[in-house]
Design a protein around this ligand. Structure first.
Ligand SMILES: Cc1cc2nc3c(=O)[nH]c(=O)nc-3n(C[C@H](O)[C@H](O)[C@H](O)COP(=O)(O)OP(=O)(O)OC[C@H]3O[C@@H](n4cnc5c(N)ncnc54)[C@H](O)[C@@H]3O)c2cc1C
Length: 383
């Protein structure tokens, strides 16, 4: 009987592929369509790329991705470049694999095509897992039809139905931040946005991140700021004047870029409270369903990919005892996910500092050597 995975996003499809590598069949139930043109860009640090490589995905992913040469950090008001961190050759030499940036849809499509080709993965789209009931010897899922499974993996994202079923008192709390994204064609972009680099602009209560995607044909733009009303979903339309209000006093070059974006989509940022366990006897959560992470370290997809490989390895090691396997998976992953979640929140607070703390932060950033700046993330990218 195949294992069942609720959610065919980044974590769900990677789990199916990681299980298939161990010869374990699975079935993936996705509420929408697989690899729909949804979402914007995704950054993949070495920790994610290394795991995708072990799944034989590196070539397919690199065909659509960009290898940013550096991260450039700017003060959003003066436009002064505070730091230039090598993300190209030096990064690859340090971590063994490159840093990649790509469209979320391209990553999802590559994972979907590999899943279709694997021969061990059943893919069901338009299957909304609406209800989950765990029994002694199986889990019953209600959707368009009923499915019984020995083991359910809840990879159904931040608003997970599986999580609600196994931990009804867990709940999401709005952080007070809203992120908005847009995608620009990479033609006639002004400097510094015409270079193959990630840029990060630090403002008071807001920041901007840009990076090239789609083999360099487009620029992904994400603007995050305090404010907005909490809402569910990734794709709410947003008015340009509302998105960029926090940037009215920013430097011309950043404001000019924001002004070029025609359409904006926004999503609210949440923290998860009250989830004491990610696993029961027959259900395991992973990715955003288990530990939604704020986007300040760009680690949401990477953590889901790490979870997927760890869970599949644990299940392969204890084939006769899935309950033991998923409990081991949770024990292995909780500390790491908690650290990334904590550090992402901390980085967000640092990015959004107001004066006089922002001046001290800028000084510290400009004085730090590139080696030290990168080295402080060895625990993250080196794992
Ligand atoms: C449409 C979309 C756009 C996104 N855009 C961005 C972005 O621009 N920037 C960013 O940082 N992050 C974005 N994300 C989130 C990012 O992809 C995830 O944080 C990260 O990849 C973690 O992966 P995950 O597999 O845990 O969750 P996701 O990649 O979110 O996958 C969850 C999947 O589960 C499916 N699902 C949900 N509920 C059910 C259900 N009841 N039954 C069956 N299937 C279900 C969803 O349709 C989705 O495909 C987006 C996610 C989605 C779904």
């Amino acid at each position: 009987m195949p294992l069942t995975i609720a959610g065919g996003g980044i974590g769900g499809l990677t789990t199916a592929l990681a299980l298939a590598r161990h010869g374990i069949p699975s079935r993936v139930l996705e509420r929408g369509g697989f690899a729909e043109e949804l979402g914007a860009g995704i950054q993949l640090g070495a920790n994610a790329v290394r795991r995708l490589e072990t799944l034989g995905m590196r070539e397919a992913i690199e065909a659509e991705a960009v290898r940013p040469a550096a991260l450039h950090i700017f003060d959003a008001y003066s436009g002064k470049r505070l730091k230039q961190l090598p993300f190209g050759k030096a990064y690859e030499e340090r971590y063994g694999v490159p840093y990649l940036a790509m469209r979320r849809a391209d990553l999802a499509r590559a994972l979907f095509e590999a899943s279709e080709a694997s021969g061990r993965i059943e893919l069901h789209d338009r299957f909304n897992v609406a209800h989950v009931a765990e029994q002694n010897d199986h889990v019953a899922l209600k959707g368009p039809w009923e499915i019984k499974t020995k083991l359910l993996i809840g990879a159904d994202g931040i608003w997970s139905s599986v999580r609600k079923s196994i931990a009804p008192t867990s709940h999401l709390v709005f952080t007070g931040h809203t992120a908005a994204r847009s995608m620009l064609p990479a033609t006639d972009l002004p400097a510094p946005f015409d270079a193959p680099v990630v840029t990060l602009w630090l403002g008071r209560g807001s920041h901007l991140v840009t990076y090239p995607v789609a083999r360099g044909e487009a620029l992904n733009v994400v603007f995050a700021s305090h404010g907005g009303q909490p809402q569910q979903g990734w794709n709410a339309e947003a008015r340009a004047e509302d998105v960029t209000r926090a940037a009215t006093q920013w430097h011309d070059s950043a404001r000019d870029l924001l002004g070029r974006a025609g359409t904006w989509r926004q999503w609210s940022l949440y923290r998860l409270h009250g989830l004491r366990r990610w696993t029961t006897q027959r259900v395991a959560l992973l990715g955003d369903a288990a530990h939604p992470v704020l986007p300040f370290m760009a680690q949401g997809a990477a953590l889901a990919i790490e979870d997927a490989v760890a869970l599949a390895d644990a299940l392969a090691d204890s084939r006769d005892d899935p309950a033991k396997a998923i409990s081991h998976y949770e024990a292995m992953r909780r500390v790491r996910a908690a650290r990334v979640t904590r550090q992402s929140a901390r980085l967000g607070r640092i990015y959004h500092l107001g004066q006089p703390f922002a001046a001290a932060r800028n000084l510290a950033i400009s004085r730090q050597s590139a080696e030290k700046a990168l080295g402080q993330f060895d625990w993250l990218y080196g794992a």
